[in-house]
Ligand binder design. Structure first.
Ligand SMILES: *Cc1c(COP(=O)(O)O)cnc(C)c1O
Length: 322
C-alpha cells in the first residue's frame, strides 16, 4: 500500500478534528535560560498533553477518520510506549476497541497505563516472535485497522498541530528544535513550519547513540541501525519511515544529536527552574538548543517538549547527585 504524503492542509483538517479533545498546551519561558543563551526561548509543553505526550494528537486524528465498520471492529497498534497509551485513550474516547501488542518484558507501569486507558494488551516475545507478522495476522483475523506510530499521513498531520499552536502564540521564529524518533513529530512540524514561519531553521534532534536519522539525512537514503542504548526510550527507533523521511529530507535544515548526560542536565534544569517534569526523550530539543549556546544570541527560538512520562524511580535516579 502506498499512502500519499500529507500536506499543511491535512494539518489544518487535523486541528479541527482534535479541537475540544486534545489540550491546547501552554507555551512557557525561562528568564534564566534566556539570560544564559542571550535568546528568547519558547517551550511548547506537550508534557501537559492528554496521556502526557504529543502522540494523542496523531492518534486521535487517525482514529477520527475511521468509517463505521472500522470503528466497530477496532484498532490495533504495537508499542510499549506513548503511542500505545495514545491509541488506547483515543479509542476509548471514541467508543471503539483497541488491541495493543506489547513485549512481555514491557515495564509494568506502561502495561498498567495502557490497560487503564481501556487498551486490550496482547503480549509477544520480543526475542522469538515477529511482532509485525503477529500484528498483521491478528488484524486480518479480527478485521482490525493497524495504526503505526509515525509513518502514516494522519499521524504526521496530527503531530503537526502542536507547532501550529506554537506559531499562533509566538509568530514566526528564527529556529525550532524538535525531538525525533521515527520522525512523525518532526515531519508534521515541518509541514506547519514551512507555511507559518518559512525562514525558520528547523532542527530534528535524536540521541547520539542512535543517530540513524542524521545518517539518513546526510546520505539521502534511509539508514537502519540496531536498537540504540539510550535513556531516551521514545527515540529508540532504528530507522525513519518512508513518508517521514521524504518530508524531513525536503523541509528540515539539519539533524543534531545529544548525549544522555545532556538530557539529564536539561531534565534537572526543567525541574528545578521551571517546575516541569520532562521525560528524557522530551528533552532532546531542549538539550540541542542549550548546546548551541551563544550561537542563538538575539534569536527567537522554539523548543518542543514532547512528553513527560517518566517512571518516578528513574526520575529519582536521574536527579540523584552523582
Ligand atoms: C514518540 C515520541 C517521540 C518521537 O516521535 P516520532 O514521531 O517517532 O519522531 C519523541 N518524544 C516523545 C515523548 C515520544 O513519545
Amino acid at each position: 500500500m502506498t499512502l500519499a504524503l500529507p500536506t499543511f492542509h491535512d494539518v489544518l483538517a487535523a486541528t479541527d478534528r482534535i479541537a475540544g479533545h486534545a489540550h491546547r498546551t501552554p507555551v512557557l519561558t525561562s528568564r534564566t535560560l534566556n539570560d544564559e543563551l542571550g535568546a528568547e526561548v519558547f517551550f511548547k509543553c506537550e508534557n501537559f498533553q492528554r496521556m502526557g505526550a504529543f502522540k494523542f494528537r496523531g492518534a486521535f486524528n487517525a482514529l477520527s477518520r475511521f468509517d463505521a465498520d472500522q470503528r466497530r471492529r477496532g484498532v490495533i497498534a504495537f508499542s510499549s510506549g506513548n503511542h500505545a497509551q495514545a491509541i488506547a485513550l483515543a479509542a476509548r474516547l471514541m467508543g471503539m476497541p483497541a488491541t495493543i501488542l506489547m513485549p512481555q518484558d514491557a515495564p509494568a507501569a506502561k502495561v498498567a497505563a495502557t490497560r487503564g486507558y481501556g487498551g486490550n494488551v496482547v503480549f509477544f516475545d520480543r526475542y522469538h516472535d515477529d511482532r509485525e507478522a503477529l500484528g498483521r495476522s491478528l488484524a486480518e483475523r479480527d478485521g482490525l485497522t493497524l495504526i503505526p506510530p509515525f509513518d502514516h499521513p494522519d499521524i504526521i498531520a496530527g503531530q503537526g498541530t502542536a507547532a501550529l499552536e506554537l506559531f499562533e502564540e509566538t509568530g514566526p521564529l528564527d529556529a525550532l528544535f524538535v525531538p525525533m524518533g521515527g520522525g512523525g513529530l518532526l515531519s508534521g512540524t515541518a509541514l506547519t513550519t514551512r507555511v507559518e514561519s518559512p525562514a525558520c531553521t528547523l532542527y530534528g534532534v535524536e540521541p547520539e547513540a542512535g543517530n540513524d536519522g542524521q545518517q539518513s539525512f546526510r546520505s539521502g537514503q534511509i539508514v537502519r541501525i540496531a536498537t540504540p542504548r539510550t535513556i531516551a526510550d521514545g527515540a529508540q527507533t532504528s530507522y525513519l519511515g518512508a513518508l517521514t523521511f521524504s518530508i524531513i529530507r525536503d523541509k528540515v535544515n539539519d539533524i543534531l544529536t545529544v548525549t544522555d548526560a545532556q538530557l539529564i542536565e536539561c531534565m534537572q534544569f526543567a525541574a528545578s527552574r521551571m517546575k516541569l517534569v520532562i521525560e528524557p526523550t522530551g528533552c532532546l530539543g531542549f538539550a540541542a538548543a542549550r548546546a548551541m549556546g551563544r550561537q542563538l544570541q538575539g534569536q527567537r527560538v522554539g523548543v518542543i517538549i514532547s512528553g513527560g512520562n517518566v517512571d518516578l524511580a528513574d526520575l529519582a535516579r536521574y536527579f540523584a547527585p552523582a
